[in-house]
Ligand binder design. Structure first.
Ligand code: AMP
Length: 446
């Protein structure tokens, strides 16, 4: 799978032979841009600030040099504690990163463990007791285990803070600072973040030593590969619209975003009534239930996974054909993250956004951020002409009537409602279908 046009192959990176073998076993031909830029510096032991989000190949960008460095200076893992620590905001991401280390390190004898909350700590404690070289962790469980003296961090040689911006959004800053303080000063440190707001830059000053800065810019390229459409619909018709869309052709694996956990459960329940196989992942579910839902979705046994933003962060599932925003996020950045779950590693995908009367301002801000208009689909059975015609209120532009501001491209090119010939394949438009109504009150509490 080739992600971008590149000139340098993996051979040129001088990684240890067992690592190259594992990488070619994964059919990676060429390092992705973040891998090309980061790996040589990391192999030299430099600190690094990487501006990149998931989907760019950033896990291998830090995992391969970590495996290389640890295997070069082999030590028996023992009671001394891990030599590399990867801190990441969510359990799903922790387990994905751990899987990646297992794959890339399969021809090495390094040991690794993953620790996160929501599951019994006992197996995690046993794994730590047996000794690990590499530890992948979420902050809360790591601190718990540290406080219970189940692990020490004074042998850490390499520290990775992954998805730093999301960590800060989730309120992990105090935990991160505590964890940094538990590790030795002479460690090699890396920080990866999709965005670099001031608080992240402050953190880098505190914890990175003369870092190399590498940046790849996936949002634009990823966003460009995604066929983005908006469907104007009254809030009470969103459930029926979702059913109609999912019953259309070509939707093999859809990730649906709900703003809340209860909303996610309700969507799954309603889809179940329509005999559409769906499951959800969100913070109220046990870790085992989340993992099971993900497994079923990955295996194609469940067509639809309904997720909240936090639970979906960093999800890497191949072959997601559609991302559906049941509700538009109020932050444009979340929109970019959400739709990036499709179009992984160079693939293309479709993102459909259901926009009700109250969400037009969000749409406006999203369009400004991605610097393009989202194509309007107006021939679905629940199209609301009044919402389509409603002026948008954006935070930056005040009361704008329609699409007057400039998007940096000819607005006629992508925004003409109802002119796209391909749209039918995303829907089975059933004009006679009965609309199940929900009271606006209950819909508002989604
Ligand atoms: P990540 O950004 O680490 O979540 O990686 C996104 C996806 O890209 C994962 O499915 C990886 O297996 C895949 N990937 C990582 N590096 C490469 C590469 N050099 N060539 C092709 N695919 C890759």
């Amino acid at each position: 799978m080739l992600m971008e046009s590149t000139t340098v192959g993996f051979d040129a990176l001088n990684l240890a032979e067992p690592i190259c073998r594992a990488v070619s076993g994964e059919k990676y031909d060429t390092p992705t841009p973040i891998q090309q830029q980061a790996i040589p510096h990391l192999l030299q032991g430099r600190d690094l600030l990487g501006c990149a989000q998931t989907g760019t190949g950033k896990t291998a960008a830090f995992a391969l040099p970590i495996l290389h460095r640890l295997s070069e200076k082999r030590q028996a893992p023992g009671s001394k504690g891990p030599r590399a620590l990867i801190l990441t905001p969510t359990r799903e991401l922790a387990s994905q990163i751990s899987d990646s280390f297992r794959v890339y390190g399969k021809h090495l004898s390094l040991k690794q463990a993953v620790v996160y909350g929501g599951v019994s700590p006992k197996p995690q404690i046993s794994a730590l007791r047996r000794g690990v070289d590499i530890l992948v962790a979420t902050p809360g469980r790591l601190i718990d285990l540290y406080n219970q003296r189940c692990l020490r961090l004074d042998q850490i040689e390499i520290f990775v803070l992954d998805e730093a911006d999301r960590m800060l959004d989730m309120g992990f800053l105090p935990d991160i600072k505590k964890i940094f303080a538990m590790t030795p000063d002479n460690r090699q440190s890396m920080m990866f973040s999709a965005t670099l707001p001031d608080d992240i830059l402050r953190l880098t000053k505190q914890f990175l030593n003369d870092p190399v800065k590498v940046s790849v810019n996936p949002p634009a390229s990823t966003v460009d590969r995604i066929d983005q459409r908006v469907l104007f619909v009254d809030r009470e018709n969103k459930g029926a619209l979702l059913e109609s869309v999912l019953q259309g052709d070509g939707i093999y694996r859809a990730l649906v975003f709900s703003r809340t956990k209860h909303g996610a459960n309700r969507i799954v329940k309603n889809l179940g009534k329509a005999k559409i196989k769906a499951d959800s992942i969100h913070g109220n579910k046990s870790q085992a239930a989340r993992m099971e839902a993900l497994k079923q979705f990955r295996a194609g046994k469940v067509q639809v996974l309904v997720a909240t933003d936090i639970a979906s962060r960093g999800l890497d599932v191949e072959g997601i054909t559609h991302v559906i925003n049941y509700e538009l996020p109020n932050e444009a950045e979340s929109y970019v993250h959400r739709i990036g779950r499709t179009a992984r590693a160079g693939a293309t995908g479709v993102a459909l956004s259901f926009c009700d009367a109250g969400e037009k301002g969000y749409l406006h801000n999203i369009e400004r951020t991605i610097n393009r208009l989202v194509t309007v689909v107006d021939d679905h059975p629940f199209h609301s002409a009044s919402i389509a015609a409603k002026p948008k209120r954006g935070s930056a532009g005040g009361n704008t009537s329609g699409r007057k501001f400039s998007y940096g491209r000819n607005s006629n090119s992508s925004a003409k409602p109802g002119k796209n010939q391909n749209r039918k394949k995303y829907f089975s438009a059933k004009p006679g279908k009965k609309v199940r109504s929900r009271s606006p009150r209950s819909a508002a509490s989604v």
